[in-house]
Design a protein around this ligand. Structure first.
Ligand SMILES: Cc1ncc(COP(=O)(O)O)c(C=O)c1O
Length: 467
């Protein structure tokens, strides 16, 4: 194991491991007794007890090694255990671990500049820091409403925007349903340009990409008309849909959305919580279509999860709307210095190591591996990827596209596939009938091959379910 400077073993005599001592075998039972897990039925929780992590791997308490094909929660973009980030956080903790929201600090000045500098055309010059992605979206919604004086928010059905009440209302996917009707009002959903299962194009699947995009822009404009453009504050969408399918916008789509926002005075908000910070081979995914949104929400890769942090970067005119009128909202931990130190160091690491460029270079490698796997396994209906953001859609029948697990459900086959991967040291995320490939951006071709080797065997399980 590589030594992490400033770890517990470096603490002086009496402080050595002072309050963190717990034998490995007690971690799991103690957690099961006291931890309340999110997104889980408590009785069926069986967590991996993680002990350490480095690069693209992590190890459990029994020293079993896992290849991390999901960057933990699609967030450890620069990989695990980077000492440059750890040291920056340690130094910030020693210097000043906290300052009040109305104050400023050296790290706050540097971090807001560092974020503004990586936004498309450096056009989003003002930055509001939050604790994560959900509250970044909450704040973007408030900013858009304040700026426009309108209340409706348009989002897509295949979207996830976070688990707080407003972000959950904005979310289109079924995670929203259990909490209805007690969520934020004013959200209207529309359809995603999802080519593999396009409602509009069942009989014209070969339609050229730009016409396909045009149909979905027309659909969106129709929704805008029905809702009344003068009531719509923002269109909020993931630039590349994440958990709901790695749906990559067709050529012309993003530009079309930008055009509609300009035409009707609607604020365009790109949720880049998952797709940002190099994931797609650009700092932000919208850059693939040369579109500058009015706001970008971000989290995850912003610090590569070395500390919790989210942000809303906005155009100066949006911030200026609050020059005389206060922005009536806040967070005790906005701009937390330790998180900001992680962000600045993370951005520096991404620049120094050319991580965005590496992700872009690995994009075709991942695409080829996905395509080869798809050709070898009849249960793969389609593969899609952009940068190091990939997915396999598993089906029981390639003609009917019947999914390997139902909408918002799981199946014996998907559960068995995931178990096989975990048993063989491959950690990845499965969602309904899909398998997501979202590794740390430092991954090499060899390491990708290692994971795909396991996946290749695991897909024999789903192949057996072919009708
Ligand atoms: C696109 C997107 N937006 C928002 C969020 C919410 O972020 P957080 O969990 O940090 O609140 C997520 C989390 O997965 C996400 O993927």
């Amino acid at each position: 194991m590589e030594k992490v400077l400033g770890g517990l073993e470096d603490l002086p005599g009496p402080n050595r491991g002072f309050m963190f001592d717990l034998p490995n075998e007690e971690i799991l039972p103690l957690s099961k007794e006291h931890v309340f897990y999110t997104w889980s039925a408590q009785a069926s929780v069986n967590p991996i007890a993680v002990k350490r992590a480095k690069g693209v791997y992590f190890w459990d308490v029994d020293d079993k090694r896992y290849l991390d094909f999901n960057s933990m929660t699609m967030c450890v973009n620069i990989g695990h255990g980077d000492e440059r980030v750890i040291r920056a956080m340690q130094a910030q903790t020693a210097e000043l671990p906290y300052a009040a929201p109305g104050m400023t600090t050296k790290i706050r000045a540097l971090a807001s500049k560092a974020v503004a500098d990586v936004t498309p055309r450096q056009a989003l010059t003002k930055v509001l820091f939050t604790l994560g992605g959900a509250d970044a979206n909450e704040n973007a919604i408030k900013l858009a409403r304040g700026y426009t004086g309108r209340h409706k928010i348009l989002t897509r059905y295949r979207s996830y925007h976070g688990a707080t009440a407003g972000a959950m209302a904005a979310t289109g996917d079924p995670r929203r349903l259990v909490w209805e009707p007690n969520l934020m009002t004013g959200v209207v959903h529309f359809l995603d340009p999802y080519r593999y299962r396009s409602t509009f194009h069942r009989t014209t699947p070969g339609i050229p990409e730009e016409e396909f995009a045009r149909d979905y822009i027309n659909h969106l404009e129709e929704v805008i008309q029905y809702e009344g453009p003068e009531t719509i504050a923002a269109i909020l969408m993931e630039s590349v849909t994440g958990t709901n399918g790695i749906i990559i916008p067709p050529q012309g789509y993003m530009q079309g959305v930008r055009g509609l926002c300009d035409k009707y005075g609607i604020v365009m908000v790109a949720d880049e919580v998952m797709s940002g910070f190099g994931r797609t081979g650009k700092w932000f995914a919208v850059e693939h279509w040369d579109v500058v949104p009015d706001m970008i929400t971000m989290a995850k890769g912003l610090t590569s999860a070395y500390a919790p942090l989210g942000a809303v970067a906005m155009k100066p005119e949006i911030a200026a709307a609050f020059n005389e009128t206060p922005f009536e909202s806040g967070l005790t931990y906005t701009s937390h210095p330790i998180s900001l130190a992680a962000a600045v160091a993370n951005i520096n690491v991404m620049r120094e190591d050319k991580i965005v460029e590496h992700a872009a270079g690995m994009g075709p490698v991942l695409k080829r591996m996905l395509t080869d796997l798809g050709e070898a396994h009849p249960s793969v209906g389609e593969v899609r990827s952009i940068g190091l953001f990939g997915i396999l859609e598993l089906v029981k029948d390639r003609d009917t596209k019947e999914p390997m697990a139902p909408w918002n459900g799981s199946s014996r086959e998907m559960t068995a596939l995931k178990k096989y991967c975990l048993d063989h040291g491959l950690f990845l995320y499965t969602h309904w009938h899909t398998v997501l490939i979202i590794p740390p951006l430092i991954i090499t071709e060899e390491q990708l091959k290692e994971g795909f080797g396991v996946l290749d065997k695991a897909l024999d399980i789903t192949d057996k379910a072919i009708i």
